[in-house]
Design a protein around this ligand. Structure first.
Ligand code: G
Ligand code: G
Ligand code: MN
Ligand code: NA
Length: 251
């Protein structure tokens, strides 16, 4: 209950910061994009994990202003990076179902894109498999509206839900993010990852492997033909100044 109060204050006081975790193209080791991840530096308790405060934010609907703030911060940062000639294909933002269900959500995105002169194609929204697989008309039409703006949609934690694979071509998504549980036990999951990759190829979906922590996992992914990955092996989620350093490997 007190965390709810504190979270409300934190949103007002701008105590939440966005960290960025790079995504790598495995063919050339270039950073192609990043995932935006919230961090809360609490005045008394220090860093509180989103694993703790996101569920509270969802229960209390604070997730809506919270995620709008993330969208704003990311677009503002992208405008800044553009000035600094730091170029990324896309930054992805995790979205909850509550945000998607807000009637004025698309209007909000349009407003922010315009404010910072950012193209929709600079953004990607990550939505969990559970939400996407509900395949609700309202959600699908909202996802399609986002895609019409050039925004890509990815299925986060792919493989942990109960998705029928034959169903994927009907969904309004662009990217599958293979859940880290498959990567952490990659020797056991080779056949599954391989199947996901070939299915994605035939459905014209992109694939990214999440949670890559070791060289062995990376090499196995390369062997299987996975082209993009993120994980602690490359970098943890980092604040903007550290991310900028990662973008300039020569310096
Ligand atoms: O980075 P970390 O492992 O601490 O994140 C924990 C969880 O919090 C992850 O599931 C991540 O997707 C989620 N998360 C981080 N930022 C956001 C956000 O802005 N919105 C939503 N819905 N989830 C987020
Ligand atoms: O639910 P989502 O996939 O958005 O969660 C992303 C979370 O995964 C973040 O909290 C991020 O810190 C965490 N993460 C990113 N890379 C790794 C990794 O290599 N290993 C582990 N254990 N967690 C990771
Ligand atoms: Mn995610
Ligand atoms: Na994930």
């Amino acid at each position: 209950l007190s965390l709810e109060h504190d979270l409300r204050k934190a949103i007002e006081n701008q105590d939440l910061v966005v960290y960025y975790q790079p995504k790598y193209n495995l063919n050339n080791s270039v950073i192609t994009g990043a995932e935006a991840l919230l961090r809360w530096n609490h005045p008394d308790h220090g860093f509180i994990s989103p694993g703790v405060f996101i569920p509270i934010a969802e229960e209390t609907k604070l997730i809506v202003p919270l995620e709008r703030d993330v969208i704003l911060k990311v677009c503002k940062q992208l405008a800044q990076w553009k000035k600094q000639k730091i170029e990324l294909d896309r930054v992805s933002i995790n979205l909850s179902i509550e945000s998607i269900f807000q009637e004025d959500f698309i209007d909000y995105i349009l407003k922010i894109l315009k404010k910072y002169d950012i193209k929709g194609s600079a953004l990607e929204f990550e939505i969990t498999e559970r939400i996407v697989m509900r395949n609700e008309e309202y959600v699908n039409s909202t996802l399609q509206k986002m895609r019409n703006l050039g925004i890509e949609i990815s299925i986060d934690d792919f493989g942990t839900g109960y998705s029928s694979l034959s169903y994927l071509h009907k969904l309004h998504v662009d990217v599958l993010k293979i859940d880290q549980s498959f990567i952490s036990n990659i020797a056991m999951n080779k056949a599954i990852i391989s199947a996901v990759l070939s299915m994605a190829k035939s459905l014209d979906l992109k694939v990214i492997a999440e949670g890559v922590e070791t060289k062995e996992q990376l090499e196995m992914l390369q062997l299987l033909g996975c082209e993009v990955a993120q994980g602690f092996y490359f970098s943890r989620p980092v604040p903007t100044d550290q991310f900028e350093e990662l973008m300039q490997p020569g310096l």
